[in-house]
Ligand binder design. Sequence first.
Ligand SMILES: O=C(O)C(=O)C[C@H](O)C(=O)CO
Ligand SMILES: [Zn+2]
Length: 280
Amino acid sequence: MSTNCEVRYAASTREVKTMDTKALRDEFLVQNLMTKDGIKWVYSHYDRYMIAGVVPVNTEVKLEIVDALKADFFLQRRELGIINIGGTGVVTVDGTEYTIAHKEALYLGQGNKNVSFSSPSADTPAKFYLNSTPAHKAYPNKKIGINDVEQIELGAPETANARTLRKYIVNSVVDVCQLQMGMTTIKTGSSWNTMPAHVHDRRMEVYFYFEIPEDQAVCHFMGETNETRHIWMGNEEAVISPPWSIHSGSGTSSYSFIWGMAGENLDYGDMDVCPTNELK
Ligand SMILES: O=C(O)C(=O)C[C@H](O)C(=O)CO
Ligand SMILES: [Zn+2]
């Protein structure tokens, strides 16, 4: 079993304007996240947000401390959101087992010491997507089943942005310090997520794209509204969105993504919408 952690520093708007394709991808794109029998973390200096994937197949995978945290245990000063995009899995937290089915979630508050991930079936392993943020208070752990999520329909076929947005870890569903997570699925025939685009300088965000067919891709848009950039993304890849950046995408097929964010407030609706015809 292995745990590793890559640290990504925060880039400024001035720096990003000068980046070529490789530099942009190295800075913001996160590939090969879903690690079999191990955990790969990316620690972003934007709001000290941590992103990981774990696919327990043959062994139980422990949530191990990483050096970047300089803590006694992983959740000593952090909270953790977990969404399972694979087969049914089990998360064991200080002796309590939570069975997490496909597209169910678990919130773990600050202070939990022993956390591990396992799959009842190696043929259909769980695929846990993990986001973690600094926490100042210990809120109770909570499983979020499919009936607990807040679901809203957005967009329309006429504007190719019809999609279903599901809020899993938001403060109207579960008490949190700063973490918010949810899932958006684009309807067949539509391609755009988060269009009209928005910026929320109060919060950074991370998108994890999945359910992209093998031979298809999503073009993710980022940057300032008058200086946008794009990153082509494949299945089960994540992209870091700085607080000053738009985050939107258009796929060559339908797809889903998990959004996660943290920062100044817990107000999901706090967004500055960018008029579509003013994007450059
Ligand atoms: O499709 C959308 O719109 C989204 O999923 C938007 C994200 O939830 C978001 O950017 C929240 O700030
Ligand atoms: Zn956003």
